[in-house]
Ligand binder design. Sequence first.
Ligand SMILES: Cc1cc2nc3c(=O)[nH]c(=O)nc-3n(C[C@H](O)[C@H](O)[C@H](O)COP(=O)(O)O)c2cc1C
Length: 210
Amino acid sequence: MSNFITDANWRYATKKFDTSKKVSAEDLATLKEAIRLSASSYGLQPYKVLLVENPALRAQLQPVAWGQSQIVDASNLIVFANITNVGDKEIDAYFKDMTTTRGIPMEAVQGYSDFMKSKIASLSLEAKNNWTAKQTYLALGNLLNAAAELKIDVTPIEGFEPEKFNEILGLNQLGLNASLVATIGYRHAEDDTQHYAKVRKSNEELFINL
Ligand SMILES: Cc1cc2nc3c(=O)[nH]c(=O)nc-3n(C[C@H](O)[C@H](O)[C@H](O)COP(=O)(O)O)c2cc1C
């Protein structure tokens, strides 16, 4: 079996973390790199990733995350925050980076830049924000898989109040919105969930051959 499949079977959405175990700086750097390398639509990476270390902030966030214990017990807490009202500013920054990185003139990509700007400008504000939020799920997927390879546990968390997170973390004024949370660390020996069999659709239910 591929290592990927073995790791995917090993991982599970951890309900109870071992508060005595901390993710090493080296492993955290690997996980950040996995997030940084995530694919995104047009390559725009229209989000920021907050590494929330401050225990007082984490304590403030827990009650507005359905009281979930992982928010305070896990070694690390990450909040994926999508850019709201994405547009020309982010696209210009992307092409500045691309042309510098690849050593190509702006004229070579001007048409593509204009195309991207017109496509994104044609979306409603709601559609733009949904679209940027969707991109964060890819980064979360990378995080889940990279962590599993390192035998590090992650809980993906949608069970939280975004407006409250935005308020506590001051995201509105940064043009950001909390779209997803991930808690990272090591499973507690007493977390019964680790022993539950995986519930997944069968191939017949999931795939359609045409
Ligand atoms: C986007 C997303 C949001 C989730 N939100 C929560 C959450 O708020 N709390 C929680 O305990 N689990 C959460 N989960 C975990 C899922 O319930 C879990 O991934 C699913 O039941 C499959 O089980 P497994 O990941 O353990 O294999 C979330 C998963 C995803 C992908």
